[in-house]
Ligand binder design. Structure first.
Ligand SMILES: Cc1cc2nc3c(=O)[nH]c(=O)nc-3n(C[C@H](O)[C@H](O)[C@H](O)COP(=O)(O)OP(=O)(O)OC[C@H]3O[C@@H](n4cnc5c(N)ncnc54)[C@H](O)[C@@H]3O)c2cc1C
Length: 505
């Protein structure tokens, strides 16, 4: 029987980044996808600011920006008339990168190939059994033959209709679809005044004349006239989710929202989607981990789904690698669920709230709530909070000691390390390209103390630590870019290194 260390099921953005992270750490990985080849589909179009930072931590952002179509400085919440900007989060690049999902996947697949790993297309996972030492899966190959494959761990990154999740029998509680949408990749033959030409602010892409309760947007892609068109609302009632999308259906949505002059010349592809919203209760079931859409689905409001999946993968990758390589401290792998489940739960919550604002019609109560919320959103602190949530910049994982000591340095505990310029040519994020832990310190005693962990943590002595806060002498940063210890603190650096990186070799 073929054996490997980790099987990743699904080569969407989540599976590809996870596999790349495992390969970077030196773990053997097999990636399966049931599709015969990569499918270019109208789906996500953005890297939120935190996701862009995450890719930057591995040196991938410049490449992504070269493949991008826009720099988007403002997002939105429920289309309310107060755009969300990313000021106040110490982001080196306070914007979303407008890039089609297919290009993100292409980029990640190329990076995976640099590690010598090719996605096994046409290979579908059809069976799964786990025991105390591993997982045995049944894989159906392109010829229809079923073969067993054994691994120490399995990651189900196989999307919203996840086979892995179903084979586990894992509950997927939530709400069924109440609004139905269509998304299409179109070329407009004729435009109108209302059709946007540039994309710099997502808030400005929505049509204002769409029928009540319906949300329609046109997002400009690379070529003139080439757009992603989507429309969603409770009054769109397809016969089934799989019902083909007609050109007439798209044209009606376009004209209702952008005027009679707008006309579609070509529909390159079109699919349906819904606002169904669900999340698994456990991200880990024995030796099987769930990530991305396999673990959570929700309304696309605010453009967060692919971003969540990529960040799940970044959180899980180094932990699973440490586990497989036999050096994970107790509880490290379980911290994946503890940290990432609440993040997706917040997204489920915020997208449900956005759905209420966007789809309600003729409801004076919701109109009043919308008005009140708009006023609240104009308050800088509220705006910053929501921008932090949707962009991912505001994520803060619960960590021991986060509030144990006073001091500015602790604001960073559990939070992302802001990308600080450390020297003329050196930014802190670059120190994480190798996917190892990093100890940044202004005191050589810390650097010395970290020497026994030098096979997994790079200790860097600096003249100062900009952005780290007054009196912060050291920051311990995990491979996913989150600060897990700051000095001064009650516990010493050795304890922190052992807690996160295990006992020294
Ligand atoms: C219309 C639309 C617009 C969206 N817009 C945005 C946006 O602007 N921003 C954003 O962040 N998100 C957006 N999303 C969400 C985003 O597309 C998803 O969150 C993202 O695709 C999830 O990635 P994933 O890797 O977890 O799963 P997927 O991309 O679904 O990948 C799963 C993979 O698993 C494979 N697979 C499934 N079953 C098996 C099996 N049994 N064996 C082997 N392989 C299998 C599939 O073939 C697939 O390749 C949008 C979604 C839609 C539908």
């Amino acid at each position: 029987m073929e054996e490997t260390e980790v099987v990743v099921v699904g080569s969407g953005p989540t599976g590809l980044l996870l596999a790349t992270e495992l390969a970077l750490a030196g773990v053997d990985v097999v990636v399966l996808d049931k599709l015969p080849e990569r499918r270019v589909q109208a789906k996500a179009l953005n890297l939120q600011p935190r996701t862009a930072e995450v890719l930057d931590l591995r040196g991938l952002l410049d490449d992504a920006r070269q493949r991008a179509i826009a720099t988007v400085t403002e997002g939105h919440f429920a289309r309310l008339p107060v755009p969300l900007s990313y000021d106040g989060w110490s982001a080196r690049r306070p914007y979303q990168v407008g890039i089609p999902q297919a290009r993100v996947e292409e980029l990640l697949e190329e990076r995976l190939a640099d590690h010598g790993i090719r996605v096994r297309y046409g290979h579908e996972l059809v069976g799964l059994v786990q025991d105390d030492t591993g997982v045995t899966v049944t894989v159906r190959d392109p010829n229809g033959h079923e073969q067993p494959l054994r691994a120490a761990y399995l990651a189900g990154c196989d999307g919203g209709r996840s086979t892995v999740r179903k084979l586990l029998g894992a509950p997927f509680p939530g709400t069924d679809a109440r609004a139905y949408g269509v998304v299409a990749d179109v070329v407009l033959g004729q435009t109108s005044q209302a059709v946007p030409i540039r994309w710099t602010s997502t808030a400005k892409l929505f049509a204002h004349t769409a029928p009540a309760g319906q949300v329609t947007a046109l997002i400009p892609l690379d070529e003139p006239g080439h757009y992603q068109l989507f429309t969603i609302g409770p009054d769109i009632r397809p016969e089934s989710r799989e019902a083909p999308v007609s050109k007439v259906e798209l044209e009606t949505a376009l004209r209702e929202s952008y005027g009679e002059d707008a006309e579609i010349a070509e529909v390159r592809q079109a699919t349906r989607f819904t606002d169904a919203s669900r999340q698994v209760e456990q991200y880990r079931v024995g030796r099987v981990l769930l990530a991305g859409d396999a673990a959570h689905i929700h309304l696309l409001a605010g453009a967060q789904g692919m971003n969540l999946g990529i960040q799940d993968a970044m959180n899980l990758g180094w932990k699973l690698a440490a586990e497989v390589l036999g050096r994970a401290p107790a509880g490290l792998l379980d911290s994946y669920h503890a940290e990432r489940h609440p993040v997706a739960a917040e997204v489920v919550e915020n997208t449900r709230a956005q759905g209420l604002f966007m789809f309600a019609k003729d409801d004076p109560g919701v109109d009043a709530l919308r008005g009140l919320f708009t006023k609240l959103l104009a308050l800088p602190e509220v705006k910053r909070y929501l921008a932090g949530r949707i962009s991912g910049l505001g994520i803060r994982y619960p960590m021991d000691g986060a509030d144990a000591d006073a001091g500015v340095s602790h604001e960073l505990l559990g939070a992302r390390m802001p990308d600080m310029q450390l020297a003329d040519e050196l930014w802190a994020g670059e120190l994480l390209h190798a996917g190892r832990g990093v100890l940044l310190s202004v005191d050589s005693a810390f650097v010395e103390a970290a020497r026994p962990w030098s096979d997994r943590v790079d200790a860097v002595l600096l003249p100062d630590l900009p952005l780290a806060g007054e009196g912060a002498d050291a920051l311990l940063v995990r491979p996913d870019g989150y600060v897990c210890w700051t000095a001064p603190a009650k516990s010493g650096v050795e304890t922190a290194l052992t807690t996160w990186f295990g006992t020294p070799a």
